[in-house]
Design a protein around this ligand. Structure first.
Ligand code: IMP
Ligand code: MG
Length: 234
């Protein structure tokens, strides 16, 4: 990847076996360990979603707090320049809306549509469903995505953007799942680092559902196992 594009892999938080080998824990790391007595009680999944969502991983309060901090970090980096925010559809909707309202900078906004046609929770063939319309030549671009998982999406989108000759591209993701990475890429700005779990809510979907949940929750495995079974039987 060229200079100024998404960071290459540096630190490793997990071994290949998926076992946690945390070297240091950033303040925005979301733990899977049971809470100690000192911490607040576990947030409960609203009754409406209890059949489908196993537990809440990141509450709306935690999201709001972290996104404000993230916006300050981005502001510092882009100060003095007009930026173009390029957001990937559709998983970024909630994150993007909350992030940009805290960015006290002149900015323009555009979207790239990209869909992954995979089975269940696995990413498959990438298809571009909407192209960028704004001219980003010589501009400072912030590329926003919902989650950095295998890294396939970012690895496809970054060279495509680079062809448009922006001055520089920085990447920002709400969630980072380093344990699943197969492409050599890191985001410049990360909201939360999470363990290898399939999550939904706050824009993230499973089969286009659950984007409207105000929190990030762990999907009950029985939901995606049922879908995979149905597809296999067809
Ligand atoms: P990657 O290309 O494997 O890095 O995955 C990026 C895309 O896969 C994201 O933009 C999401 O749409 C989807 N994705 C990956 N992990 C999850 C998850 O845990 N929940 C929902 N969507 C996910
Ligand atoms: Mg998705």
């Amino acid at each position: 990847m060229g200079s100024g594009l998404g960071r290459m892999r540096g630190r490793k938080y997990f071994s290949a076996s998926g076992k946690k080998t945390l070297r240091f824990r950033p303040s925005h790391f979301v733990s899977t360990q049971p809470k100690t007595k000192k911490t607040k009680t576990k947030p409960t999944v609203p009754v409406r979603w209890r059949q489908e969502v196993e537990r809440i991983l990141i509450t709306d309060e935690q999201l709001a707090k972290r996104i404000k901090i993230l916006a300050r970090e981005i502001e510092k980096d882009f100060r003095g320049r007009e930026m173009v925010v390029v957001s990937l559809l559709s998983g970024t909707v909630m994150f993007l809306a909350d992030l940009i309202r805290h960015l006290n900078l002149p900015l323009r906004l555009d979207f790239i549509g990209v869909s992954s046609y995979g089975l269940g929770t696995e990413s498959g063939e990438l298809v571009f469903t909407k192209e960028l319309r704004l001219d980003v030549r010589g501009r400072d671009v912030l590329l926003v995505d919902d989650i950095l998982d295998t890294g396939k999406t970012m690895s496809r989108v970054l060279p495509k953007l680079e062809l448009l000759k922006p001055r520089r591209i920085k990447t920002c993701v709400l969630l980072d799942k380093p344990a699943r990475r197969t492409f050599d890429i890191e985001a410049d700005f990360v909201g939360f680092e999470i363990p290898d779990l399939f999550v939904v809510g706050y824009g993230l979907d499973f089969a286009e559902r659950y984007r409207n949940l105000p929190f990030v929750g762990v999907l009950h495995p029985h939901i995606y196992k049922e879908v995979i079974q149905r597809v296999i039987q067809k």
